[in-house]
Design a protein around this ligand. Structure first.
Ligand SMILES: C[S@@+](CC[C@H](N)C(=O)[O-])C[C@H]1O[C@@H](n2cnc3c(N)ncnc32)[C@H](O)[C@@H]1O
Length: 361
């Protein structure tokens, strides 16, 4: 993941910047009231010259700018309201090293310096590890990112394991139940590392606002919007296997490194690690509507959005030459299953959670 994964770079037709206004921006719009509340309800006001804010898994595109503006204006208003001098904002943008940080900085710095109320820096690396100096951060934001794992659980690609996920690329209602358990075990390791790293970096009383894909049911295998639509992607790859374009072994050794946690699982992991307290949690339901498009356009649109996110992984594993064929077939399958896909999209859930750093004494 750390070496390969990145959203499509630049601002061209296939970039994440051009293909994140539909699914991910919709999540940000729905999470905005919770983000604002997370800042308004924050009792601690740090009287410091510089307030350090990090955006983890920031990627590159207008969504990043949108979030920075909400955070800086909410915190600024809060200080002004209390009659305290507004500190300088240092925004630290984190993502994996292959991210197009240059495109992000061009976008962020497009406005003249006098109109910018913050200073920026990039911090490449995995949020599953340490990224920032000890006790240096006051506020952390992360959107549409924390469902990504550091790796695929190895046992699901092991032919001799009960968890072998043959012919599939993610947890499925029709696959072995052990696959969901293996993904959850990997999530527990990763999220614990995430919390332990942030516990060192966030000052006492500092907050994190995190929004990520989740699942409403305790049953790890029950279809969600993500697992159903990713199963369609698996079917697209399988079709190319049956046409002899992709080797079967390539499909059997490919799985998506993500996990959609349930609310109970999340609460239990935060409680177990112990450095943070959940001070707010909202379940955001539903995804963007595609009503204005016909069924073929819906398939193409959705496939393009997915490609902007997954192309780096697909291309690395299956080779650049088959990427067009996979995503073209995916668009057709998505359209063929449009009724179920739209139903799952309506029921899609994300968790928006606010965590506060406990006293470390
Ligand atoms: C869908 S994008 C979200 C971008 C932006 N926050 C938004 O809401 O539009 C997910 C981002 O998470 C990043 N990501 C995934 N795993 C990560 C990790 N371990 N450390 C840092 N970033 C990671 C990806 O590289 C990607 O840029």
């Amino acid at each position: 993941m750390e070496k390969v994964f990145s959203m499509n770079a630049g601002d061209g037709d296939s970039s994440y910047a051009q293909n994140s206004s539909f699914l991910q921006k919709n999540v940000l719009l729905k999470a905005k009231p919770s983000l604002e509340e997370s800042i308004r309800s924050w009792e601690t006001t740090f009287e410091c010259d510089t307030l350090c804010i990090a955006d983890l898994g920031c990627s590159s595109g207008p969504n990043t700018l949108f979030v920075t503006q909400i955070i800086t204006s909410e915190i600024g208003e809060k200080y002004a309201h209390k009659g305290i001098r507004v500190p300088e904002f240092q925004i630290l943008y984190n993502d994996l090293p292959s991210t197009d940080f240059n495109a992000l900085f061009k976008l962020l710095l497009a406005a003249p310096p006098a109109e910018r109320s913050y200073l920026v820096a990039g911090v490449p690396g995995s949020f599953h590890n340490r990224l920032f100096p000890s006790r240096s951060l006051h506020f952390i934001h992360s959107s549409n990112s924390l469902h990504w794992l550091s790796r695929v659980p190895p046992e699901i690609e092991d032919k001799n394991s009960k968890c072998w996920n043959k012919g599939r690329i993610f947890i499925s209602e029709k696959g072995p139940p052990e696959v969901g358990d293996a993904y959850f075990a990997q999530y527990q390791k990763d999220f614990n590392m995430f919390l332990r790293a942030r516990a060192k970096e966030v000052v006492e009383g500092g907050r994190m606002f995190l929004v990520f894909g989740s699942r409403p049911s305790a049953d790890k295998r029950q279809y969600t919007w993500a697992s159903f639509s990713w199963e369609d992607l698996g079917f697209a790859i399988k079709d190319l296997v049956s046409q002899g374009i992709i080797e079967e072994e390539r499909l059997d050794s490919f799985n998506l490194p993500a996990y959609q946690v349930s609310e109970d699982e999340l609460r239990s992991e935060v409680h177990k690690e112990g450095s943070f307290t959940i001070v707010g949690l909202e379940i955001i339901i539903g995804s963007s509507s595609m009503d204005k498009y016909d069924d073929n356009e819906k398939g193409k649109l959705f496939s393009k959005q997915m490609r902007a996110v997954l192309e780096s992984l697909i291309s690395y594993h299956f080779g650049e030459k088959v990427v067009d064929a996979i995503f073209n077939r995916y668009a057709e399958i998505f359209t063929a299953n449009i009724i179920q896909n739209e139903e799952y999209m309506k029921q899609a859930t994300r968790i928006a959670v606010t965590l506060e750093r406990n006293d470390s004494t």
